[in-house]
Design a protein around this ligand. Sequence first.
Ligand SMILES: C[S@@+](CC[C@H](N)C(=O)[O-])C[C@H]1O[C@@H](n2cnc3c(N)ncnc32)[C@H](O)[C@@H]1O
Length: 210
Amino acid sequence: MNLARRTMNAPALAAIYEKAWRPALFYLASGRSTTADRRDAVTTLRLDGSQKVLDIACGPGNFTRYLSNALDGDGYAIGLDYSAPMLARAVADNAGPRVGYLRGDARTLPFAEGTFDAVCCFGALYLIPDPIAATREMIRVLAPGGRIAITTSHRWDPPFSRASQIVAGWAGLRVFDTDTFPELFAEHGLTDIDQQIHRSLQYLSAARPT
Ligand SMILES: C[S@@+](CC[C@H](N)C(=O)[O-])C[C@H]1O[C@@H](n2cnc3c(N)ncnc32)[C@H](O)[C@@H]1O
């Protein structure tokens, strides 16, 4: 197991992730606050009713509960993660009437095709050993008319691109180029593909046609 994956399984990280680790590192990486990221997630996933939401690699549930707050009626959000310490934090810190947590692997989701109206994965595809398989799984469980959103790494422009790849490789993180995810989304027939680059992170959203 590489450094990044070991870190994500450490109870000490789970304890500080939501309040300190994520706000600081993501601000450094993207220039954006977690508050802005959460608001954009609700907006781009178009959450405003009884949708079924799947938050892949949910960590301590720091997005899952926030997303669930935008739902009503029969709506709910499920957070899925493989790290037991992260899920223990999620249950302790981010429980709610429309939230559930599940231990699982993003590469083999235990759901039928088209189960969810919205599927997201923030800050994790660069950690997952087969990120393309995980993204295909997200698309598989997305219902017609549903929306998908991801945040992942983005290669720095020259002259820092090589350095960023070396540092990321040492830590066990993958760095993606500009085209990988838009092309993958288009290949699967997704539409309304929007990509925004924020320093060394990229944010993408798209829709599955009805
Ligand atoms: C940096 S946290 C992201 C938490 C949250 N989504 C956010 O944006 O702040 C990354 C999470 O990915 C999870 N993870 C990594 N590989 C995974 C996999 N194959 N399946 C499920 N979760 C995974 C880790 O356990 C960790 O909790």
